[in-house]
Design a protein. Structure first.
Length: 69
């Protein structure tokens, strides 16, 4: 038996793969940080787009440079 790899993921599946909420995924799609396609009523995200987004540096981690004097 051969396992098929999905090419397109639903928003819920993509959010699970990225470990974020569907609402956060909606924001990423809306702000064009994560490309998605609409097929009928469904919004689908390509596997490559998910992987590329996950590998990018998003600058969410901030280091403090202020010194305590």
């Amino acid at each position: 038996m051969q396992l098929q790899v999905k090419i397109l993921y639903t928003k819920r599946e993509a959010a699970q793969l990225l470990s974020i909420s569907v609402r956060s995924l909606d924001y990423l799609i809306f702000s064009q940080q994560l490309p998605a396609r609409r097929i009928g009523r469904r919004v689908l995200v390509h596997r490559d787009a998910i992987e590329q987004f996950a590998r990018r540096d998003h600058g969410f981690i901030r280091t403090s440079t202020a010194s305590n004097e």
